[in-house]
Design a protein around this ligand. Structure first.
Ligand code: ADP
Ligand code: MG
Length: 704
């Protein structure tokens, strides 16, 4: 587009990229649904849906030449098939090729149709990671396909991109769609939002070239750098995304400061009574952070403060003090938690602490229906002083009378929009409520400056006295029997334990199934012991009953899913077993482990893993064994976390980037800050479009 071009202008980049994915041939309602699950609605979304990794299927390796750790493609004949059931179902297939070496394929999940298809003598092409097995080299769960007898040994001509995908949408199909979307990628001038001078200064290629390269790398591409995400084409995209994020946070903050907020000074009357009745004295760190919050609340500029504190550091007390300051000043408070279980715990705590002060606390969750819901809603529009609940609080139809403070617990579980949606319930003209967000997920300092550039940060850097560090051991899952024995012994002494079940995918249904199976197994293995179950698919009442029974000591062992990750507080529980610990992120494991070590008893945590464990996974689990310090764990995690670790997104909170990885790309930040200043000063329109492209619709921030 040349600047002198008269109207009507050719399609602006936003329009080309903003075209719906439906416009591609073959996209019907079912496919649209699958795309939506991946967050892909427009052509531009497809352009920016980058490969998770690449596979080199441009050649076939000889089995003889394979080495442990290689990811390779081989082709050979099935020599033997064996179905075994030693500890769990297993299918083993021996494959030999012309190099007359043999490779073992092992499957733990398989069906009969699959077995029938695999006769001795069949020709298979397999792709996977080579590992060291009991009987020589093996691949566990390789991808494979049968090759017809007369097939030519054709191989791929380019590196094969592997895209993040979802149920009902295969790799091939998604790859095809992305290819068709890329065919509509506009030429450079219509696509580029970073001005030439800034591109040159930062040695950035054009966006178009970068996108085409990462989606279709030539065979000679540097697969190692592509795999690490450090290839210049990927770095070009990461730069733009981080720049957009940085700009949006700067805008957000400027806009926030332009608003007014109610001055919530209060007279300290309620806070004094609350503290007097509390069975413990706040730690120095709690007192300091509470004072920082109180100071902000007393200003007519909206507060947006993040309180970081390790698991168990007592963030709830700080939240309660802030809430009371608002109530003293005649305003309402909304406290939102990410899970029903956690919201319930808060509700019960606040009840216990705050009821005696004559304050009206209202409970609101999605499952609250009928009269109870109407009563709660009426309360919020009238006399209620504190509202506690889940996402339900920010939904339509919920109205407050005089909301002055919004508290978001475990904010890494919420998106920015959700926080803003709740905040906007208290908007009146130019005035908005204060916001306090709590998190146990520590963000290392350098990263905090980008990811949370729009927040002020307070840190509770001290645990309440009398906590004993949790002794952590890492054990092979084959030693499950011993662990069960240990639980029997511990519970016989009156101790209580958690048994946490995990699954690979983040799926509430699968998690629930895993927990039910484990509950049945442990019930059989531990006759006479009272074993409870709690998972996300249970009715709230059943969940609460299980929690109550555990809290009251009527249940010795609680089998649970990761729903207990946040907020569950049962001080007598001193033993935790986490199955398949290698599947979870370090921050999540640390959170889970924080459920024990809350009382005075010596606590321990057993991390069970499923062998074989990669060197990286081993190192990660060792970090937990070595330290109980959430900040050190977060730092180590970033250091260790390779780009292949998909599970990591939750650990950096809101910063769910499409391309960038804060740990990997932190070296770009100084340049991004400089570029951001220039852009805002000289090309504010481009800044706006960059934000819209990467961070979401500009309107989302317009009201910030
Ligand atoms: P988190 O920061 O993980 O949200 P909580 O607020 O749930 O931590 O507090 C964990 C436990 O510590 C709770 O049982 C709480 O009552 C207790 N607690 C909080 N502050 C103190 C303190 N200053 N002294 C003793 N116990 C405390
Ligand atoms: Mg908490």
């Amino acid at each position: 587009m040349t600047p002198s071009q008269p109207d009507p202008a050719p399609p602006a980049p936003a329009e080309a990229g903003g075209k719906s994915a439906d416009s591609l041939p073959g996209v019907g309602p079912a496919l649209r649904g699958a795309l939506a699950r991946l967050g892909l609605a427009t052509l531009q979304d497809l352009w920016f849906h980058l490969p998770l990794r690449y596979e080199d299927r441009t050649r076939i390796s000889m089995i003889r030449d394979l080495r442990v750790g290689d990811t390779a493609q081989v082709e050979g004949r099935v020599e033997a098939i064996e179905k075994g059931f030693r500890f769990r179902p297993q299918l083993r297939i021996a494959v030999a090729d012309d190099s007359s070496a043999t490779l073992l394929l092992r499957f733990f999940h398989f069906n009969n149709a699959q077995v029938r298809q695999l006769a001795v003598g069949a020709r298979l092409r397999c792709y996977g990671e080579v590992r060291h097995g009991q009987h020589g080299l093996e691949m566990v769960h390789p991808q494979y396909q049968r090759v017809a007898e007369d097939a030519e040994g054709a191989v791929e001509e380019r590196l094969t991109p592997v895209y993040p995908t979802t149920e009902g949408l295969g790799h091939k199909r998604l790859g095809g769609l992305i290819g068709r979307a890329l065919a509509q990628l506009p030429q450079d001038d219509a696509l580029e939002l970073i001005p030439p001078a800034l591109r040159e200064a930062n040695r950035l290629t054009s966006l178009r070239d970068a996108l085409l390269y990462v989606h279709r790398p030539p065979p000679e591409a540097d697969l190692t750098r592509l795999g690490l995400g450090t290839h210049p084409a990927q770095q070009r995209l990461a730069f733009e995304e981080l720049l957009a994020q940085h700009l949006s946070l700067k805008r957000l903050r400027d806009r926030l400061r332009a608003h007014a907020a109610p001055v919530l000074r209060g007279d300290g009357r309620l806070r004094k009574r609350f503290l007097a009745a509390l069975p413990f004295a706040p730690t120095a760190a709690q007192a300091r952070v509470a004072a920082e919050v109180a100071r902000d609340l007393g200003e007519s500029v909206p507060m947006l403060r993040l309180v970081q504190g390790d698991v168990g550091s007592g963030k709830t007390v700080v939240a309660a003090l802030a809430a009371l300051a608002a109530v003293e000043a005649g305003r309402q408070v909304a406290l939102m938690a990410p899970t029903e279980l956690l919201a319930e715990q808060h509700f019960l705590n606040f009840h216990k602490w705050i009821d005696p002060l004559g304050i009206e606390v209202v409970w609101l969750a999605g499952k609250l229906k009928g009269k109870a819901r109407s009563a709660a809603l009426a309360g919020l529009r009238g006399s209620a002083q504190i509202a506690i609940g889940t996402h339900a609080l920010m939904q339509e139809g919920v109205e407050f009378d005089r909301l002055g403070l919004v508290i978001i617990d475990e904010q890494h579980r919420f998106g920015v929009d959700q926080r803003l949606a709740l905040r906007d319930k208290g908007r009146a003209g130019n005035e908005i409520p204060h916001q306090l967000v709590l998190t146990a997920t520590p963000i290392p300092r350098t990263l905090a400056m980008t990811a949370y550039a729009d927040l002020d940060v307070s840190i509770i850097d001290e645990l309440p006295p009398g906590r004993t560090p949790v002794a952590t051991v890492v054990l092979n899952g084959t030693r499950r029997g011993e662990v069960v024995e240990r639980i029997r012994a511990a519970c016989a002494e009156g101790r209580q334990a958690y048994w946490v079940c995990t699954v690979i995918e983040e799926s509430e249904v699968l998690e629930a199934q895993a927990a039910e199976v484990t509950h049945a197994e442990l019930t059989a293995a531990l006759p006479g012991m009272r074993i409870g179950l709690v998972h996300g698919r249970m009715k709230p009442a059943a969940k609460q009953a299980a929690m109550d029974a555990f809290k009251a000591g009527e249940i010795s062992l609680l089998v649970a899913t990761t729903v207990i990750e946040v907020g569950v507080d049962v001080p007598n529980a001193s033993l935790m077993v986490i199955e398949n610990a290698e599947r979870l992120g370090l921050a999540q494991l640390h959170q889970l482990r924080g459920r024990v070590g809350r009382g005075s008893a010596k606590s321990s945590c057993v991390l069970l893993y499923q062998a074989p464990l990669s060197a990286m996974a081993r190192q990660r689990l060792d970090v937990l064994r070595e330290t109980n310090d959430g900040f050190r764990i977060a730092e180590k995690d970033l250091e260790l976390r390779g780009p292949g670790e998909v599970l990591g997104t939750r650990q950096t909170g809101e910063a769910a980037f499409r391309v960038a990885d804060l740990a990997r790309d932190a070296h770009l930040l100084p340049a991004i800050q400089r570029a951001g200043e220039i852009l805002l000063r000289e090309h504010p329109d481009l800044a706006t479009r960059l934000i819209a492209r990467w961070v979401g619709h500009a309107t989302r921030f317009a009201g910030a």
